[in-house]
Design a protein around this ligand. Structure first.
Ligand code: FMN
Length: 205
């Protein structure tokens, strides 16, 4: 199949992009609302950007809302608003075994819901900034928001975060301070699939 991107609808462009840019790691991003409630949401448009300084990107599409005039308009997701307000966010990498919990945090929760508490995730205060992190997850990266790049229409906000520090569970770290592969980080594979944990059969469909 040869596809001219210029001929595709927005939905078809999205489908082909997420079907072919695979696998994608999943950033489980913790932010704090203005009143201090923790907000947790997954994003697979996520990547490392630069090592010196350590930078990563998380791309967050706008969400459609219905205005009082009945017109649909697009507004930033909470992660973008909260990261902008606080200037910081924390990216966690979850194990593949927690994919249902991760996916459940993509739902819209009433404002002020403490989603990490609902999932039984404990939080520690940030070591390098104001955003907490969960010691229950293998990896947490405390980030300072360096830049927001606005791309596309309706706008996607690409958060460029500088990693101020890592929290990696001790059991994952070898004698050289490296984190060898094999800890089953959650990754997205296609539109609805996830990279399965090691030792499990890939379901054929
Ligand atoms: C595995 C997974 C990956 C996702 N990746 C993205 C993404 O890269 N960009 C995006 O805008 N939304 C993505 N979503 C949807 C968001 O998680 C969802 O819109 C969420 O409600 C945003 O939360 P917030 O409003 O608290 O920021 C993803 C959802 C799942 C389950």
């Amino acid at each position: 199949m040869d596809v001219d991107a210029a001929t595709l609808s927005g939905r078809a462009l999205y489908d082909l992009l997420v079907d072919t840019v695979v696998p994608r790691p999943v950033a489980w991003v913790l932010t704090l609302s203005a009143d201090g409630a923790p907000n947790l949401a997954p994003f697979s448009f996520f990547s490392g950007v630069c090592a010196r300084p350590p930078m990563l990107s998380v791309s967050v599409a706008s969400k459609p809302v219905l205005g009082s005039d009945g017109q649909r308009r697009f507004v930033p997701k909470d992660t973008v608003s909260f990261a902008r307000e606080r200037g910081h966010f924390t990216v966690h990498i979850a194990p593949a075994s927690q994919r249902e919990a991760v996916a459940s945090t993509a739902a819209d929760h009433p404002p002020g819901t403490d989603v990490p508490a609902l999932l039984g995730l404990s939080l520690n205060p940030g070591s390098w900034g104001p955003i907490p992190w969960s010691p229950d997850l293998p990896v947490a990266m405390e980030c300072r928001l360096e830049q927001v790049v606005e791309v596309g229409e309706p706008v996607t906000h690409m958060l460029l975060g500088r990693v101020l520090g890592w929290h990696v569970q001790d059991a994952l770290v070898d004698a050289d301070g490296r984190v060898p592969s094999g800890w089953d980080p959650l990754a997205r594979l296609g539109i609805s699939g996830y990279l399965p944990p090691r030792n499990l059969q890939v379901p054929r469909s």
